[in-house]
Design a protein around this ligand. Structure first.
Ligand code: ARG
Length: 567
């Protein structure tokens, strides 16, 4: 489709040149001006002539009519001028070639080399060890990974970093709780759940006895001073947490290149502090070191605590410099909840003031809050929904449905896991990233609605048709409007990939998947495929089914959803 758009732009360019001087447009400008009319009845491409009106000193209606006059473009069957627009309709004979192109490209259809020789670091998921890995982290985990896949698909080299929150008072709290109420056997047996129980218990007890908070600070201080007992406990807790995170990451097909958390940067501030001092940026405030940002309408950025220990922003600054020096990225993307937007704005500004001229390569990608079935999340109490529990619940519900619908399905546990996890991811990513969402589990799991299971079911339907069809011979051309519609949607994939990336917006891909599914299902219900009226027509529809499966599969890969051959 991009090819066609380009040749359309070229023809328009030639026509404009012979029509009037001084239009000032290049082929690329024209291609960018081309719109896709909201209603397909108005054509597949439209050139709005309003923008030309001034330069050519003629009315847009006149310009459109004059350009249309005598114009013919390969691949375009009809050209009309309507109300200042030049509307163009793709020739049905052009479309089968698009289907062949998709099938030939296969797994690489939609990919590009836009990012060739460019490197992107993605900082995502990054849970806080000792605290529960709860559904507040769903966003960073799946948006982050989806962006990674989009970048890779577009030819960028990617480095995924898990910036674990493994260094803070919460680790002191964990140590206090373990020393007071925990024992090795229980924690070993219960894993992360055991750690979360202790963390919750700490907060309940600290409500009654606030001095526990001082104790936690003291234990963290000891940790910072490398007290061997605390270091050993901290490492042990970290191992337990990582083991469990990996179960969730495996379910999502996520692998990080580096686990490089805050602890790694806790003592790497010195060079940065020196720069801040030299530039006169550091100020003492009640013993702590801060950078005043009032000039930029932001509260001060906290750099060092009174005892000289590093803080969240200062660790982020060291991490950014470390990554720049070691990975030499062209872009470093941070995915976190919108609650951290100020934090990022502050330390980005501090880096700018420090003179780092690459600070504009740092991008914060925020997302909205999640509640489940109306319930808000609270991290400090027992009222948290863990990510693994949400996945487990979804898998359990899908298993029950499948037990009813298709009890003899081979490998059904695996399929239930793929659908359950896919359902959560898909439902979550369907929303515009910045919106706060209320997650309704029933909607996510519905096989009928706009959901992951519905998309995976459509994929399995395509697989089954292809399996039954076997090898095919010669094909007919377009014979039904459902075919035309489907091909035009499949043709949009490369543009959708770039649009999703431009806005850091996975929902573009998820909604596109739904568009494909409904167009394919319209063909499935509206036209006969395997028992079509004519062998060649059947063959063409089978081919179109293969192209659909290819595009759906490639899009599923981008949003961390498994390709389910059989449901
Ligand atoms: N650990 C933080 C949290 O759970 C997120 C870290 C994000 N990355 C960063 N470089 N600050 O909220």
């Amino acid at each position: 489709m991009q090819k066609l758009k380009l040749s359309v732009s070229e023809s328009l360019f030639n026509k404009l040149n012979s029509y009037a001087d001084g239009h000032g447009l290049g082929i690329k400008d024209i291609s960018e001006m081309l719109e896709t009319p909201p209603d397909p009845a108005m054509g597949d491409f439209a050139l709005p002539c309003f923008k030309l009106s001034r330069a050519l000193r003629r009315a847009p209606q006149q310009i459109a009519a004059d350009i249309a006059n005598g114009l013919s473009i390969t691949g375009i069957s009809r050209i009309e001028s309507v109300g200042g627009y030049l509307n163009m309709y793709i020739d049905d004979n052009y479309l089968p070639g698009i289907v062949d192109g998709i099938i030939d490209a296969g797994d690489s259809y939609g990919s590009s080399e836009v990012g060739k020789n460019k490197k992107v670091v993605l900082d995502y998921s990054s849970p806080n060890t000792s605290k529960p890995f709860h559904i507040g982290h769903l966003g960073t985990t799946v948006i982050g990974h989806c962006l990674r896949r989009l970048y890779e698909f577009s030819g960028y080299e990617c480095i995924g970093v898990n910036h674990l929150g493994d260094w803070g008072t919460q680790n002191g709290k964990q140590i206090v709780a373990f020393k007071r109420w925990g024992n090795k056997e229980t924690v070993e047996e219960k894993g992360c759940d055991g750690l979360v129980e202790l963390y919750v218990k700490f907060h309940e007890e600290a409500e009654k006895d606030p001095s526990l908070n001082d104790e936690a600070r003291a234990e963290f201080k000891k940790l910072e001073e490398h007290d061997p007992e605390n270091i050993a406990l901290w490492k042990w807790f970290l191992d337990i947490s990582l083991k469990e995170y990996n179960i969730t990451y495996d379910q999502l097909g996520i692998k990080f290149d580096y686990y490089m958390g805050e602890s790694f940067f806790s003592d790497k501030m010195e060079a940065q502090i020196n720069i801040m001092r030299e530039k006169g940026l550091l100020k003492l405030d009640d013993g702590a070191s801060i950078v005043d940002l009032s000039e930029y309408n932001m509260p001060p950025c906290l750099i060092l605590k009174r005892d000289g220990a590093s803080l969240y922003p200062s660790r982020d600054i060291s991490a950014a410099v470390y990554r720049k020096n070691n990975f030499n990225f062209d872009k470093c993307v941070y995915v976190t909840s919108a609650g951290q937007s100020l934090h990022f704005a502050q330390w980005f500004k501090v880096m700018e003031l420090m003179g780092y001229d690459w600070v504009d390569q740092l991008v914060h990608v925020p997302y909205g809050t999640v509640s489940i079935n109306g319930a808000k999340l609270a991290t400090r109490t027992g009222n948290v929904i863990l990510l693994k529990d949400l996945f487990a619940l979804a898998i359990e519900k899908v298993s029950a449905i499948m037990e009813e619908k298709n009890p003899n399905l081979p490998d059904k546990e695996k399929v239930a896991e793929q659908i359950g996890v896919g359902a959560i991811v898909f439902h979550y990513l369907m929303n515009t990233r910045s919106h706060d969402i209320n997650f309704i589990l029933e909607d996510a799991l519905s096989f009928e609605g706009n959901s992951g299971p519905y998309a995976q079911y459509t994929y399995a339907r395509a697989s089954s048709i292809l399996e039954k069809a076997g090898e095919i011979g010669e094909t007919a051309g377009i014979t039904a409007k459902e075919e035309t519609e489907l091909i035009k949607i499949l043709a949009e994939f490369p543009v959708k990939v770039q649009a999703a990336l431009a806005d850091y917006e996975p929902s573009v891909i998820v909604r596109y998947i739904l568009d494909i599914c409904s167009a394919f299902n319209r063909m499935y219900h509206g036209c006969r495929i395997l028992n079509a009226e004519d062998e060649k027509v059947k063959n063409f529809r089978v081919k179109l089914t293969r192209a659909t499966k290819t595009v759906l599969g490639n899009a599923f890969n981008l949003v961390c959803m498994a390709k389910t051959e059989k449901i």
